[in-house]
Design a protein around this ligand. Structure first.
Ligand code: NCD
Length: 336
């Protein structure tokens, strides 16, 4: 069996410390956003995830770790890879995993988010993974439930586990994060993935660029500490990492005004071999999925076995989510 880094080696106590009768929690209670996290906290999560990569590759599981714990996947928005990834992560650690999607829940019958929270609380769930169309919904739930809440994407706000899995993928390929030039290209305006990545990569010392037409860049993006580019040639120049984003048409009201036709968009903003040549020779290509082939990325690039790390991102996703569930379960131990 692959050797797991011990919690102490990672800077976390194996179990919450006690000072007299008071419990002192040093691991985070929830994972709601990357903004505000410090480099050692991020490193701890990435290091633990790294050990889960080895464990997963060795074909072993750690089913005793979350035995008797309940994880509820509460998804108010469609998802394939994120939900499956959390489900697999929970099961590999031995948790009882329940998937609740909106179409089968009472929310469609008019129940409010807070009623749902009260119901879930009564079920003594330990870990609550939430995806919601409204920015801030997981934060609200975190105030109302006893479970540890993990944000699996809220509106255009954040998607912390995606940024962690992206960072792990980059770190494994490049050997470091500090000093790398990362170009995040496409629909930055609507992307919670971009926002979480900007916070994480900036905190870890990357030079982050956003590359998109002005209509797809948030107002005052520079305040987030990024450099803004309005053409792929300049934006990709000497980049170590090229991260492509999907056009999130479902979040565009009056979509016609924000982007030209898909064909036109591909011509100026779609990543093909010609545009990738502006980046460093060994630049890697990333995409959180789902991809619109032929719109923001050419199929040949997405499937390029040398440059594209898109499949590796999916693998890292499971390891990162195992690490997050592990850490949160440690700090939210019941009955002690
Ligand atoms: C992203 C999301 O849902 O924010 N996808 C994902 O989690 N893998 C990006 C997207 O939907 O384009």
């Amino acid at each position: 069996m692959a050797r797991m880094a011990s919690p102490a080696q990672l800077g976390y106590p194996a179990a919450p410390n006690r000072v007299g009768k008071r419990r002192v929690i040093t691991a985070p209670r929830h994972l709601l956003q990357i903004e505000g996290m410090h480099p050692p906290q991020i490193d701890t999560m990435l290091d633990l995830a790294e050990s889960y990569v080895l464990l997963n590759r060795s074909g072993t599981t750690q089913r005793d770790l979350l035995r008797g714990r309940t994880l509820i996947n509460l998804f108010f928005e469609d998802s394939t890879r994120t939900r499956t990834s959390f489900e697999l992560a929970g099961k590999r650690l031995g948790a009882d995993v329940i998937n609740m999607s909106v179409s089968t829940s009472s929310v469609n019958k008019g129940e409010t988010l807070l009623d749902t929270a009260a119901t879930l609380n009564a079920m003594n769930c330990d870990l609550l993974v939430v995806r919601h169309g409204q920015s801030g919904a997981p934060n609200l739930l975190a105030q109302k439930v006893d479970a540890a809440v993990i944000n699996a994407g809220d509106g255009t706000h954040e998607h912390p586990t995606q940024a962690l899995l992206d960072a792990l993928t980059i770190r494994r390929r490049k050997g470091r994060l500090e000093g790398l030039v990362v170009a995040i290209c496409g629909d930055v305006l609507h992307s919670r993935v971009a926002r979480s990545n900007i916070h994480l990569l900036g905190t870890m010392g990357c030079r982050v660029r956003v590359v998109a037409p002005p209509t797809l860049i948030p107002n005052q993006a520079e305040r987030l500490g990024v450099d803004v580019f309005h053409n792929m040639k300049d934006g990709l120049q000497d980049a170590d990492v090229v991260m492509m984003l999907r056009l999130q048409r479902e979040r565009m009201s009056g979509a016609g005004s924000l982007v030209p036709s898909p064909r036109e968009y591909f011509r100026f903003w779609g990543l093909d071999a010609e545009k990738l040549a502006f980046a460093k020779d060994d630049a890697i290509v990333m995409h959180p999925g789902p991809m619109n082939r032929g719109v923001e990325i050419d199929s040949a690039i997405a499937d390029d076995p040398v440059r594209s790390v898109i499949r590796e991102q999916v693998e890292m996703g499971v390891a990162v989510r195992m690490a997050v569930l592990d850490l949160l379960a440690r700090s939210n131990r019941r009955n002690d």
